[in-house]
Design a protein around this ligand. Structure first.
Ligand code: GCO
Ligand code: MG
Length: 403
């Protein structure tokens, strides 16, 4: 099954997505997600200039060989741009394999190990009351797990707080990133109050999550974890900058609050110590940023040996193709924990037609052959690239702070 064409499409139906399309001699076509938020054009160029030309003529069925060819063959290993590009090709090849076999990808991965995939959504507010209203909206939608974020009084803008009215958070368009402000002391006061508020209002029958976005020092994170234990968070996410794996030893020694990390990781090497030393409870690597289905399964297999569960990143800046691929992996692995599901903004459905479904807090990838996502290349043409950056985070004294 020779590959006859591989190309990249950048479109912005709601937000920017980079999509790889791989065609084979017998007409089976696969799609993969190559979106790297704020760095979209780098991955598109890596693919179009370096990887796609090398795919033509190769046997699309040899997924592992193609993965190794691009990973080991390039000499330069790892890194978000490289690994997102390899991931997109890997995802598209699994799509092709499923379509050729007439099976959904999860069947090729060993079949369903559960009936559905528990997902968590995002609730946020400028005030606790606004957060409460948004939390209730998500409960009414059936979610069993909800992430809570609230603005910090005294700070002009806080990352991830949606403007309200059912909308999701979205960075502003433009060629220069917006700048947010940050003050750790204020945050450390507010965060426990916020989780306490959610428990007082809604009780303990829902899983409660919170994202720190890498903003604390290890000892501050230990203090936060200890302060919120009574509110039984499902997890505290990204408490400290994720590349410092040994920092988690210090956090662990101060709290039993479960820890999740990994949305910025792109290989098994980034989380090897975190997993093998049992420094985290959930590994959040995503299928599109951590080398595709092939490499993500390797990470989750290592995690399974050490009692660490999956909790993949699933923000709206990962395309519906990544969401579908994640659901196929989630459904089939033994150590699934939870899946993030932020949903996608209109008009994403005009370009990506999905067969996954949500019911009562759980998702299922559907039973269409392959990933179950159709990408309408023609429709994508109506939504040109819209430059957008994640905000920069500065302390009140003007210094750049961690993300
Ligand atoms: C999350 C994330 C996102 C990321 C974004 C980066 O947990 O969903 O932290 O908000 O910041 O996906 O591209
Ligand atoms: Mg996060």
């Amino acid at each position: 099954m020779r590959i006859t064409d591989a190309r990249v499409v950048i479109s912005a139906p709601g937000r920017n997505y980079v999509t790889v399309i791989i065609e084979t001699e017998d007409g089976v076509v696969g799609v993969g997600d190559a979106t790297l938020n704020g760095r979209e054009l780098s991955v598109a160029s890596y693919l179009a200039d370096h990887l796609c030309p090398l795919l033509v003529g190769r046997d699309a069925r040899r997924i592992e060989d193609i993965w190794q060819y691009f990973y080991k063959g390039a000499y330069w290993r790892r890194g978000p741009v490289t690994m997102t590009a390899i991931a997109a090709i890997d995802i598209a090849l699994w799509d092709i394999k499923g379509k050729a076999a007439g099976m959904p990808v999860y069947q090729l991965l060993g079949g369903a190990a559960r009936d559905g995939v528990m997902v968590y959504s995002h609730a946020s507010g400028e005030s606790l009351d606004e957060l409460g209203a948004d939390f209730q909206t998500h409960l009414d939608l059936g979610y069993k797990a909800i992430r809570a974020q609230a603005a910090i009084p005294g700070l002009e803008k806080t990352y991830g707080i949606a403007p309200g009215g059912g909308t999701v958070y979205e960075p502003a368009s433009g060629n220069v990133p917006q700048e947010d402000s940050w003050e750790t002391t204020a945050y450390l006061d507010v965060a426990p109050m916020m989780l306490a508020y959610v428990r007082e209002q809604f009780g303990y029958g829902v899983h409660l999550l919170h994202d720190v976005h890498h903003r604390l020092s290890p000892i501050e994170a230990g203090r936060l974890g200890a302060a919120v234990e009574a509110y039984r968070p499902f997890w505290i996410e990204d408490p400290t900058p994720a590349e410092d794996q040994s920092a988690f030893r210090l956090i662990r020694s101060h709290t039993t609050t479960p820890l999740a990390v990994g949305e910025v990781f792109n290989s098994i090497w980034d989380c090897q110590q975190l997993i093998t030393e049992r420094l985290i409870d959930y590994i959040r690597t995503s299928v599109s940023h951590a080398g595709g289905i092939t490499h993500l399964r390797r990470i989750f297999s290592l995690a399974d040996l050490y009692g660490v569960r999956s909790g993949s990143h699933g923000a709206g800046d990962l395309s519906p193709i990544a969401m579908a691929a994640a659901l196929h992996v989630d459904l089939s692995i033994p150590n699934f924990g939870i899946q993030e599901y932020m949903g996608h903004r209109d008009p994403v459905g005009e370009v990506f037609r999905t067969s996954y479904s949500f019911s009562d807090g759980y998702m299922h990838p559907g039973d269409a052959p392959g990933l179950g996502v159709e990408f309408d290349e023609h429709a994508a043409g109506a939504f040109p690239y819209d430059p957008k950056y994640l905000p920069i985070n500065r302390r009140l004294d003007g210094s750049v702070h961690d993300w």
